[in-house]
Design a protein. Structure first.
Lengths: 533, 250
C-alpha cells in the first residue's frame, strides 16, 4: 500500500501516514477505515455537526449508520470519504485512518490536507441524489464510468477493460451506450455506485441507496452490495430506515443529534428506544388508523376520472418534458388507458406501482397540469377542462416529489400564508397558517428561511402549504421519501386529520407496506389503468 | 459525413471573420441566409432564430437610432425632426453593421446549437486545453436547456399551489420573481454538491489525462481547417491594407 503522503496534499507540515506496527503487512483484522471524530463543525456554524463519533469498518463487512434526518449521517459519510474535509469545509478534531495510514486533525492550520481525488481512490461515496455524482458532460454510460479514470490518466485500453469489468459487476453492461440522463432511478443509482466503485476503493459509503427505488431497483442494488462485500469492500450504509439491507449489516451505529446514542449488532438494538428516539423508521411502518375513519360511500365524489387516456409525444406538449416521471424516459405508447378513479370525501386512496408506470403522470391530471387526451376529470362534481391549474388549486392541493421547487417565500410563515388571505379572508388566514404549521411540527420554525431547512422539513413545509388551503382533494406524490420516523408520524396525522374533515386523499407511493398501513383502498397502476389490490 | 467539432468551429469563425473583413452588406445578408438555411436543414432553425432575435433585436434598434437618425456624415436627408435627420448614408451604415453582426451571430449560434458537446470536449482535451475551461464551456452550452426544464418543473409546482400567472406583464414579472428563488437556490445547491463529486472523481488533478471517447479527424478536414484559417487571415490582411489608410483621418 502506498504511503499516506499520496492521499494528502500540501507541504511538509502535513502529518503523513504512520507505518503499521512492527513493520508487519496490514493484518487481516486491520480496519479498512476508521474515524474517531471528537468534533466537526461547518465554517460559520456555532453548533457542532458531529461530536464523539467513532467508527471502524473491516474489509468485506457491512456497517449501517442509522439516524433520522439531521442526525449527521451524511456529514459523517462525507468526512470519511473526503467529500467534506477538515480545514476546507469546516473544523475537524479527531483522526481518520485508512488501513495503516492515519491522519490526525487538531482543527488548526497545521492539519493534513486531504487530496479528494487520491482519497476517493480508497474511499468512495455515493450521495443520496445519485444524479449529483455524474459529471453531466458525458453522453454515454460508458463515458461517464470512464470519467474518473480519464482524470487519473489511465491508458485507454485499460479504461475499456475496467469499464467492462465494473459494468458487468453492477449490471450495467446492457446500458453502456445509453444517455445517463435517460436512465431510470434504479439504473442511475447503480451507475453512481459504479462511478465510485470503478476506482476499486477499499471502503464504499452509500447514502440512502434505496430511497425512492421500487422493489426491482432495490433488489438489484442489494445484489450489487453483496457482490462488493464478497469482493472484500467494506460498505458503510447511511440510512434512516432499518430496512432489510440495514438488517443484514453486522454492526449498527445509531446517530442522534450528531452523536452516537447506541451501537452494536442489529439483534441487540432491535427496535429499541435509541432507534425510535433517533427517528429511525422501523420497517413495517407504524400502522395508521384508516379503518377507523367513517367512509362516506354515498356522498358525491370529490374527484372523478372517467376513461382517461394519455401518452407523451402525441399531441400533448404542455409540461410534458418535465413531467416524464422520475426515469425521464419518454414511453413510446400510451401511459394511461381508459383509466377510471373515484375518490369520495374522507377517503384515503393509495396508488402503487413500479417506477416509470405513470403514477406521477396520473396525479398531474387531477389539477390540470396535464390534460387528458381522452376522458374527463371532475373535481367536486364539476369538469375542470379549460380551468387553469392555478384556479383548480383551490380544490386540489398537490405535494410534489421535490418540495424545494414549491417554496419561494422569505419565511416559513409567509410561505404557508401565501394566497391564503384571498382564499379564506384576512382573519381566518393567520389562524389557518399557524394551524397548518402546528400540524406538521414546524411552529418553532415559523420565522426561519425555507431554504435553510433540511429537506425533510422542507417536505413537511410544502405539505403545510397544501393543508392550510383545506382543499377538497389532496394529492401526494411519494410523500414518505426522505422523511424520518418523526416526519412520517406528522404526515400520518396530517393525512388522517384531512380525511376526517372530509378531504379525499390520493397518495402515490412505491412502498406497498406504507400504502397497506395508511390507506383504505390500494390501487395498482398496471398497464395504464387502475386495479384494486 | 460527421464534422469534427473543431472543423465546425473553424468554419463558423472563419466565415464570420471573412464576412466582417469583406464589409459588404449583400455578402453579409447572403451569409446570414446561408446560416439560417443550414440551421433549417439540421433542424435547429427555430432555436437559432429565437436566440438570434433576443440578441439582435435590441442591437438593431440601437443601430437604427444611433446611425439612422444621428449620422453626422450623412447629407442625403430623407426626413428631419429637429436635430434628428434620417439620411441615406446613415441608414446604409446601419444596414451594413446590422447585416454584418447578424451574419456573425447566426454563424456562431448555428455552431453552438449543432455541436456535439462531448465531441467538443474530447477535441479540446486532446489539444491540452485545461479541463476546467472545457467544463465551463460545456456547462454554458447545456445550461439553457437544463434551466428551461427546471423552470418548467418549478412553474408546475407553484401553479399547483394556486399561483395564477395572468397575461399581463406585471403578473408575469411577479411570477418570474417567485420562480427565480427556487431556481437560483437549487442551482447553487447542486453546484456545491457537484463540485464535491467532481473533486472526488479526480477532476481537480493536474496530471496528464486520457480520453475514453475517440474522435475521427479525417485529413480532408484538417486541410479544410488550415485553408480556412489561411483564407481568413488573408481576408483580414487584405482588408487592413486596402481600408486602413483611407480610414485614418489625415
Amino acid at each position: 500500500m502506498a504511503c499516506g503522503g499520496a492521499y494528502v496534499t500540501g507541504d511538509g507540515r502535513a502529518q503523513l501516514g504512520q507505518p503499521a506496527e512492527d513493520g508487519q503487512p496490514a493484518a487481516v483484522t486491520l480496519p479498512a477505515a476508521a474515524a474517531r471524530i471528537r468534533s466537526f463543525s461547518f465554517h460559520g456554524d456555532a453548533v457542532e455537526a458531529l461530536r464523539d463519533v467513532q467508527l471502524a469498518v473491516l474489509p468485506g463487512t457491512l456497517t449501517a449508520v442509522l439516524g433520522g434526518s439531521g442526525s449527521g449521517k451524511t456529514t459523517l459519510g462525507k468526512l470519511i470519504a473526503g467529500w467534506l474535509r477538515g480545514g476546507h469545509s469546516g473544523v475537524l478534531r479527531g483522526s481518520l485512518a485508512l488501513g495503516a495510514d492515519r491522519l490526525e486533525f487538531h482543527g488548526g492550520s497545521g492539519d493534513p490536507r486531504i487530496n479528494p481525488a487520491a482519497w476517493s481512490g480508497r474511499v468512495g461515496y455515493v450521495p443520496q441524489d445519485a444524479a449529483a455524482m455524474l459529471s453531466s458532460v458525458r453522453s454515454t454510460v460508458a463515458e461517464e464510468l470512464a470519467f474518473g479514470l480519464e482524470n487519473r490518466g489511465v491508458p485507454r485500453l485499460e479504461m475499456i477493460r475496467q469499464v467492462a469489468r465494473i459494468a458487468e459487476q453492477t449490471g450495467l453492461s446492457g446500458l453502456l451506450e445509453r444517455d445517463p440522463a435517460e436512465l431510470s432511478g434504479g439504473e442511475l443509482r447503480r451507475l453512481a455506485v459504479a462511478c465510485a466503485a470503478i476506482a476499486d476503493p477499499e471502503v464504499l459509503v452509500l447514502d440512502e441507496p434505496l430511497a425512492s427505488l421500487d422493489a426491482d431497483g432495490a433488489s438489484q442494488l442489494r445484489t450489487l452490495v453483496d457482490r462488493l462485500l464478497d469482493a472484500g469492500t467494506a460498505v458503510v450504509l447511511l440510512s434512516q430506515t432499518a430496512d432489510a439491507l440495514a438488517r443484514s449489516a453486522g454492526h449498527w451505529i445509531v446517530l442522534n443529534g450528531g452523536t452516537v446514542t447506541a451501537e452494536g449488532p442489529p439483534a441487540e438494538l432491535g427496535n429499541g428506544a435509541a432507534l425510535r428516539d433517533a427517528g429511525v423508521v422501523a420497517e413495517g411502518l407504524p400502522a395508521g388508523t384508516p379503518g377507523d375513519l367513517p367512509l362516506a360511500a354515498a356522498s358525491t365524489p370529490v374527484l372523478e376520472l372517467r376513461g382517461i387516456g394519455f401518452g407523451y409525444g402525441s399531441g400533448e406538449t404542455r409540461g410534458a418534458r418535465s413531467a416524464r416521471g422520475p426515469a425521464g424516459v419518454v414511453p413510446p405508447v400510451a401511459l394511461l388507458r381508459d383509466l377510471d378513479l373515484t375518490v369520495r370525501p374522507g377517503e384515503i386512496v393509495a396508488i402503487t406501482g413500479p417506477n416509470g408506470t405513470g403514477k406521477s403522470t396520473l396525479l398531474r391530471h387531477f389539477n390540470g397540469l396535464l390534460r387528458p387526451q381522452a376522458g374527463e376529470v371532475r373535481v367536486e362534481g364539476g369538469g375542470i377542462d379549460r380551468i387553469p391549474t392555478g384556479r383548480i388549486a383551490a380544490s386540489v392541493g398537490m405535494l410534489f416529489q421535490q418540495p424545494r421547487d414549491q417554496l419561494f417565500e422569505r419565511t416559513v410563515l409567509r410561505e404557508v400564508g401565501f394566497g391564503l388571505r384571498r382564499l379564506a379572508g384576512a382573519e381566518a388566514a393567520a389562524g389557518r397558517a399557524q394551524e397548518a404549521l402546528a400540524a406538521v411540527g414546524l411552529s418553532d420554525a415559523a420565522q426561519a428561511h425555507p431554504a435553510e431547512l433540511p429537506s425533510s422539513r422542507q417536505r413537511l413545509l410544502a405539505l403545510a402549504t397544501v393543508l392550510a388551503r383545506r382543499p377538497a382533494v389532496i394529492a401526494l406524490d411519494e410523500p414518505t421519501v426522505g422523511l424520518d420516523r418523526h416526519g412520517l408520524e406528522r404526515l400520518q396525522h396530517a393525512i388522517a386529520a384531512a380525511a376526517a374533515r372530509g378531504a379525499g386523499v390520493v397518495l402515490v407511493t412505491h412502498d406497498l407496506a406504507y400504502a397497506r398501513a395508511n390507506a383504505q383502498r390500494i390501487l395498482a397502476l398496471d398497464g395504464g389503468s387502475l386495479r384494486e389490490i | 459525413m460527421r464534422l469534427h467539432p473543431l472543423t465546425a468551429l473553424t468554419a463558423a469563425c472563419c466565415a464570420a471573420v471573412m464576412t466582417t473583413a469583406a464589409g459588404s452588406w449583400p455578402l453579409s445578408v447572403a451569409v446570414a441566409l446561408a446560416a439560417v438555411l443550414l440551421a433549417a436543414r439540421t433542424g435547429v432553425a427555430a432555436r437559432v432564430l429565437l436566440a438570434a432575435g433576443v440578441i439582435l433585436a435590441p442591437l438593431f434598434l440601437s443601430l437604427l437610432v444611433l446611425h439612422g437618425l444621428f449620422f453626422p456624415e450623412g447629407h442625403t436627408v430623407l426626413a428631419q425632426w429637429g436635430p434628428a435627420r434620417v439620411t441615406a448614408e446613415g441608414l446604409g451604415f446601419a444596414l451594413e453593421l446590422a447585416s454584418r453582426t447578424a451574419a456573425c451571430v447566426l454563424l456562431l449560434l448555428l455552431f453552438s446549437f449543432t455541436v456535439s458537446v462531448p465531441d467538443l470536449l474530447t477535441a479540446l482535451a486532446a489539444r491540452r486545453i485545461p479541463p476546467q475551461f472545457s467544463f465551463v464551456l460545456a456547462a454554458t452550452l447545456t445550461l439553457v436547456p437544463a434551466m428551461a426544464e427546471r423552470l418548467e418543473k418549478i412553474r408546475q409546482a407553484q401553479e399547483a399551489r394556486g399561483l395564477v400567472v395572468g397575461r399581463g406583464l406585471l403578473s408575469r414579472l411577479a411570477a418570474a420573481r417567485l420562480q427565480a428563488v427556487p431556481l437560483v437556490l437549487g442551482l447553487v445547491e447542486d453546484a456545491g454538491l457537484r463540485a464535491q463529486a467532481l473533486d472526488a472523481r479526480g477532476f481537480g488533478t493536474t496530471g496528464p489525462r486520457t480520453s475514453y471517447r475517440q474522435l475521427q479527424d479525417p485529413p480532408a478536414q484538417r486541410i479544410f481547417r488550415a485553408t480556412a484559417l489561411l483564407l481568413a487571415a488573408a481576408a483580414v490582411v487584405l482588408r487592413l491594407s486596402t481600408a486602413w489608410p483611407a480610414a485614418v483621418p489625415t
